[in-house]
Design a protein around this ligand. Structure first.
Ligand SMILES: Nc1nc2c(ncn2[C@@H]2O[C@H](COP(=O)(O)OP(=O)(O)O)[C@@H](O)[C@H]2O)c(=O)[nH]1
Ligand SMILES: [Mg+2]
Length: 285
């Protein structure tokens, strides 16, 4: 299972390396204790993903608390397999509500990851879009929630978009991406596209699905951007370890997470300027 960066001829840009637990540079002789050498990044990442716990649910954007934690927004058409993918990544059966009745999860749900005392990432499960039976006014409201969420969340660090590997990126998927395109291109927001339900395709169809998605996303790829695509299956667990590793790589460092937790516990230690700034940005929103 490999991840793919869309068409960048000659690009040296690499997916996150697997040396997050310490450099494994050939020039540096291995003097690390054996237990460190035995660490498996995917295993660590899955253990980390398993810490996901429900934080808050909101019916509207303004109810979502301001946060400085790196936030990963999970988006996708209804029925793309988003809830199942979140549950699979967290290795929990009912973290995100998975349903056979599409279009029902209309709230914004947030989850914390990392140590209890110092969370290091937020996952946000945004309402699925494009469910045919939803009336037009509801669809418009949706788009508004989505657009404003993606625009207003200052701490948005990445978007994980779930796309059914059999259907590829639809018009609605592309419209959603437009809300974040400038920030994806500048590298401010990272993008990871999961081609879900890959178990339903044979090898050839999987390759074709990847190729098509790469073609669509090529437009978002710049020197600064961090755009990845991977086949994913909650059923046979393909891509799960890789995705957990990528998400883990986007978590705040322990130092930052602890500083944020301390600031949360004693808000008055924040410099005044921070308050003023967030106030004025909130007012504009
Ligand atoms: N074969 C297969 N089915 C899946 C997979 N992931 C989800 N599904 C099914 O797709 C349907 C929609 O999944 P759900 O997670 O509720 O989609 P959501 O609307 O995007 O949250 C459900 O019937 C799931 O059982 C997968 O990896 N493989
Ligand atoms: Mg769902």
């Amino acid at each position: 299972m490999t991840r793919h960066t869309p068409n960048r001829p000659g690009s040296a840009k690499q997916a996150p390396t697997k040396t997050a637990n310490g450099p494994q540079n050939a020039a540096t002789p291995a003097r690390v204790p054996t237990h460190d050498l035995a660490r498996h990044p995917a295993k660590d990442a899955l253990a980390w993903a398993h810490t996901a716990r429900f934080y808050i649910t909101a019916a509207q954007l303004h109810q979502v608390p301001v946060s400085e934690l790196p936030e990963v927004a999970f988006v996708g058409r209804s029925n793309a397999g988003k809830s199942t993918a979140i549950n699979t990544l967290a290795q929990q059966r009912q973290l995100a509500y998975a349903s056979k009745t599409p279009g029902r999860t209309q709230h914004i749900n947030l989850f914390h990851l990392g140590p209890k005392a110092a969370p290091n990432q937020l996952w946000t499960d945004l309402p699925g879009y494009g469910y045919a039976a939803v009336e037009r006014s509801a669809k418009l409201r949706w788009q508004e929630v989505m657009a404003s969420y993606l625009e207003v969340r200052r701490n948005l660090s990445a978007v994980v978009q779930m796309v059914d590997s059999r259907h590829g990126l639809t018009e609605l998927d592309r419209q959603l991406l437009e809300f974040v395109t400038p920030r994806v291109r500048s590298g401010e927001v990272k993008l990871l596209v999961l081609l879900t339900k890959a178990d339903k395709l044979n090898r050839k169809e999987q390759a074709e699905s990847l190729r098509k998605a790469q073609e669509v996303l090529a437009d978002l790829v710049t020197e600064e951007s961090d755009v990845n695509i991977t086949l994913f299956s909650s059923l046979n667990k393909s891509g799960v370890g890789d995705v957990a590793e990528v998400l883990h790589g986007w978590a705040a460092s322990p130092e930052v997470a602890e500083a944020l937790a301390a600031a949360q516990a004693a808000p008055d230690v924040l410099p005044d300027a921070w308050d003023d700034q967030s106030q004025s940005e909130d007012d504009q929103a």
